[in-house]
Design a protein around this ligand. Structure first.
Ligand code: PAF
Length: 287
């Protein structure tokens, strides 16, 4: 039988428990409702660190007024059971009053223009909210390593920039997206999908796959291949399909050759989903 990991709910409990952890410490930050993607983050973290801290904090600052904060899945008992099985050393599961002890913070981390495109265009202020809590949780947990999923590619890029631009003493490690056998990217929001919507949602990973398969033919062919797949599924209302440079998030030109990110966001029923694949424009597909 596995036991729950030790759980800190206050800053004081965290500081005491953190002081007892030796060697390189890794953090995996989550908003709970854990799935196989989070488990993979924890497993990668355990390979590199002597101790792993998982934070579970549903961060109100990164949700817009019309977003799903109130109905976001909360599964703390199940999350703790899972993290116990994975041998996590410490879970920090604070409430909003612990993280934002003076209420909404007056001073925040600004994502700048990289936070205004793609996800940021649909979710104004989202990335400022993400980066502000990530900065606070890095300070509170003081890890040497921090693991984030490639599934949230724009978030990952912005966290890398925060760490670099603001000199956080931590190494950011990216972990590839975990997918269901049929291609659906793991996401806590998948629990919102009805069986019908779930079938429709597969169009996102199918479109990315089609784009990948056209990688050797150049940017226009990649965009066209992915767009054609999306167009054939009217049940998904596409927010954006973008082929961008992985560091600048600028659209790549037709003549571009090199690393790129093919990213998509769409609404299936009431659920907004995102997905992406890194690819090399102009290169034969990797098998
Ligand atoms: O990716 C997430 O779950 C969240 O954006 C994060 C990084 C835990 C910050 O709240």
């Amino acid at each position: 039988m596995t036991s729950h990991p030790s759980v800190a709910r206050t800053r004081e409990e965290l500081a005491l428990a953190r002081a007892r952890l030796d060697g390189p410490v890794a953090v995996v930050m989550t908003m709970g409702a854990l799935h196989a993607g989070h488990v993979q983050l924890v497993r990668e973290a355990r390979k590199r660190a002597d101790a792993v801290i998982v934070t579970i904090f549903l961060n109100p600052l990164q949700f817009g007024p019309n977003e799903d904060l109130a109905k976001y899945p909360r599964t703390l008992d199940e999350d703790l059971r899972l993290l116990g099985e994975e041998g996590v050393d410490l879970v920090f599961a604070p409430g909003p009053d612990v993280v934002y002890q003076d209420g909404d913070p007056l001073v925040r981390v600004s994502a700048g223009h990289l936070g205004e495109v793609l996800e940021g265009a649909s979710r104004p202020g989202h990335f400022d909210g993400v980066l502000t809590v990530v900065a606070k949780l890095l300070h509170l947990t003081s890890p040497g390593l921090a693991f984030f999923g490639q599934k949230d590619a724009q978030q990952l890029l912005l966290i890398r920039r925060t760490v670099r631009d603001l000199d956080f003493p931590v190494e950011v490690v990216a972990v590839p997206t975990v997918r269901e056998p049929d291609g659906l990217a793991m996401s806590s929001r998948n629990t919102y999908l009805t069986p019908f919507d779930r079938e429709v949602a597969l169009v996102l990973s199918r479109a990315l796959r089609a784009g990948e398969q056209a990688a050797s033919e150049g940017a226009s062919a990649i965009r066209r291949a992915a767009r054609d797949v999306l167009a054939a599924e009217p049940g998904c209302r596409v927010d954006y399909l973008a082929l961008v440079h992985p560091d600048t998030l600028d659209d790549v030109a037709e003549w571009y050759r090199g690393e790129a990110l093919l990213a998509v966001a769409g609404r299936v029923g009431p659920t907004r989903l995102i997905d992406n694949v890194p690819l090399v424009v102009g290169a034969e597909e990797r098998r």
